[in-house]
Design a protein around this ligand. Structure first.
Ligand SMILES: [Zn+2]
Length: 345
């Protein structure tokens, strides 16, 4: 499941690829035909993320920004909203015509945004030579729930947990339920760190489980959960109410830095440079884990390889990068939890 940083990158990508354009919206798979019909031929004017929820706002095609003037985006209440949650299996696939506007936004064509990746960095290989001929989007692959086609790009959604057209009131209701999102720079309406700290401290549930609860904090997934608790030296099984408020504030502040970095780069990197020994060969006798975790930045110049990017995530059985104790793993609420029993007490 993508973590919040990926959904924020998706929101940005939709803005870069499609903002202001009238889109052809369809449901090649047929399961979203009525919803697609409500949006088909309307103009994408808003694109935003809150945690793992993506909201795309559509206005009537006639709501065109004045040439030369400031773009006049209608108020939220005047828009129809597409709400998408990718869940465990959902993915967005992008393709473009190779025009420069598309190059920077999506990197390589037809990359899937899903389980363990995010929007790739790197050069774009144009799908077709640039020329005067109109661009034809590639045929949909797989069960495409919704397809958005703009002037230079296409976005296909497969396998989402949620995909529906909603009103502004319904958007607000979803947002009101969500905890604060460390990536958003307007956390105040949701109470920001205070609301997060209070929600954890009134619960007997383990802090490891609470961090994955989107009503407590929005956007944190399995990787950020494991890594931020390691960096805080906090035992994930500690009951929320037993964690000092000051420690939780530190966790929030760390997530702001880590997740905004993830949103900017597309990769999750939580290790400090001095702790980055590769797992492969650095620890004789340790199980070789190459390839178990991949990020789209792998192999890009200057990127931190996936096997050096994390302290504990997916490193069970390997020595802790700081103390050498084997990293532990257990199932907690049906998700795998990783931690160092020595560093995290
Ligand atoms: Zn350790």
């Amino acid at each position: 499941m993508p973590e919040g940083h990926t959904v924020h990158r998706l929101a940005r990508t939709f803005a870069e690829l499609f903002a202001g354009q009238v889109l052809a919206v369809s449901s090649p798979q047929g399961r979203f035909t009525a919803g697609a019909a409500l949006l088909d031929g309307s103009r994408l004017v808003a694109s935003r993320a809150w945690g793992k929820q993506l909201f795309l706002g559509f206005a009537d095609a006639s709501a065109r920004p004045e040439p030369g003037g400031a773009p006049s985006v209608p108020p939220d209440d005047d828009l129809r909203w597409l709400r998408v949650h990718l869940g465990l299996y959902g993915a967005w696939t992008f393709a473009g015509d190779g025009s420069s506007a598309v190059v920077h936004a999506i990197g390589a064509p037809r990359k899937r945004i899903g389980e363990r990746d995010s929007i790739p960095a790197g050069p774009l290989e144009p799908l077709a030579p640039q020329g005067e001929e109109a661009w034809t989007p590639p045929a949909p692959r797989g069960a495409v729930r919704v397809r958005l086609v703009g002037a230079h790009a296409v976005a296909d959604l497969t396998g989402p947990t949620a995909c529906e057209v909603v009103s502004a009131d319904e958007v607000r209701a979803v947002e009101a339920r969500l905890g604060p999102d460390p990536i958003r720079d307007d956390p105040a309406p949701a109470g920001g760190p205070d609301r997060f700290v209070a929600a954890v401290r009134r619960s007997r549930t383990s802090v490891g489980q609470l961090l994955m609860n989107q009503d407590v904090i929005a956007g944190v997934g399995n990787i950020y959960r494991a890594e931020v608790l390691f960096r805080a030296g906090l035992d994930p099984l500690t009951a929320g109410r037993d964690v000092p408020a000051e420690t939780l504030r530190g966790v929030w502040d760390d997530l702001v830095v880590l997740m905004r970095d993830g949103a900017a780069t597309g990769a999750i990197v939580t290790t400090r440079p001095q702790d980055r020994l590769p797992d492969d060969g650095a620890h004789p006798g340790a199980p070789v884990r190459t390839g178990t975790v991949r990020q789209n930045t792998d192999g890009s110049a200057g990127s931190v390889p996936a096997d050096q990017a994390f302290y504990v995530y997916h490193r069970d059985g390997l020595p802790c990068r700081v103390c050498g104790t084997p990293v532990l793993m257990k199932e907690l609420a049906a998700r795998k939890l990783y931690w160092c029993p020595t560093c995290q007490r």
